[in-house]
Design a protein around this ligand. Structure first.
Ligand code: SF4
Ligand code: SF4
Length: 299
């Protein structure tokens, strides 16, 4: 079985317990404007453009038989057209390496071979494999097979999910996941819909149902300036976790490290209305969640 992965990171310490290998699968049902991996959102491999390396030779546009690339008035790739492109000839042709490909097809066996290299570290640290994205369950069959075969090989498994996918996709992972990392970005349906395209009723419902099935869940809250960073918004998410019988919650601090990638995929980011919370303010939010009775920490 094959799937599309856009990054493989070994020795991760923030994607579940212990030392882990994290596989980032391509595709996401949401379109969060703060995503630090915006190249993850489309389901298919896509070219990334680095303006600083481009010499303007035009070879990429010449070899693209679909006419996806224009050089004037400014360099642009109509990435939607790249869906189902098998050659990625533009990337091959670019001598200056201004173009690279986000997303590559792997077999389950190829990936698990990489994951197994660090078995010693997993055993020593109680770590293992984490599937992330994008949203790993956009490739449900592939994700389930990765998880199933990992368990067969005695590897601890974690699945990071936005839960905005069909319940059947989530249900199929239950026998093979040791810990779920479930993001909740907002409890207000209108705000969530407007900023991410997500359906709050569906997402929160799936997390409740998953917990009721006996799954171990760590709740995660990415704290986004001007979207969900007010104390009352964080508290509302905290209360949702508490009421869902999820006791462990991690706050994820906002950062801007993904911003240069937006230019590489020809996408504009909306300016954020407020500055990110300071370390002190983040700590106040952690303490707020602790006061509610949650085991809260910075993730
Ligand atoms: S990925 Fe394929 S369709 Fe897209 S620009 Fe390159 S050659 Fe053209
Ligand atoms: S082939 Fe590479 S260097 Fe030449 S125009 Fe295209 S992106 Fe720029």
């Amino acid at each position: 079985m094959k799937g599309i992965v856009f990054d493989i990171q070994r020795f991760c310490v923030h994607d579940g317990p212990g030392i882990r290998t994290t596989l980032f699968l391509k595709g996401c049902p949401l379109h969060c404007d703060w995503c630090c991996n915006p190249e993850s959102q489309r389901r298919f491999p896509q070219p990334l453009y680095d303006e600083a390396k481009c010499i303007g030779c035009g070879s990429c546009a010449e070899v693209c038989t679909r006419g996806a690339i224009s050089l004037k008035p400014a360099y642009h790739i109509a990435v939607k057209i790249c869906r189902d492109c098998e050659s990625h000839a533009c990337v091959e042709e670019c001598y200056g390496e201004a173009l690279s490909l986000a997303g590559r097809t792997y077999t389950v066996e190829e990936l698990l071979e990489t994951v197994e290299r660090d078995q010693g570290f997993y055993q020593f640290s109680k770590g293992g494999l984490t599937l992330s994205g994008g949203e790993a369950l956009m490739q449900t069959d592939f994700a389930v097979e990765l998880l199933r075969q990992s368990k067969e090989r005695g590897i601890h498994t974690a699945l990071e999910t936005c839960s905005a996918c069909p319940w059947e996709s989530i249900r199929r992972t239950i026998p093979y996941v040791d810990v779920y990392l479930c993001d909740v970005k907002h409890t207000d349906p209108e705000k969530l819909k407007a900023e991410t395209g997500g359906n709050a009723e569906e997402i929160l419902g799936h997390i409740r149902k998953l917990r009721k099935s006996g799954a171990y869940i760590i709740g995660r809250i990415p704290v986004i300036p001007g979207f969900n960073d007010k104390a009352e918004e964080i508290a509302a998410i905290g209360r949702f976790f508490l009421e869902s019988d999820i006791g462990e919650v991690q706050l994820l601090a906002f950062h801007r490290m993904g911003e240069p990638k937006y230019r590489k995929i020809f996408r504009e980011q909306r300016p954020r209305k407020r500055q990110a919370l300071t370390g002190e303010e983040m700590q106040e939010r952690v303490e707020l969640l602790q006061a509610l009775g949650l085991q809260a920490s910075m993730g």
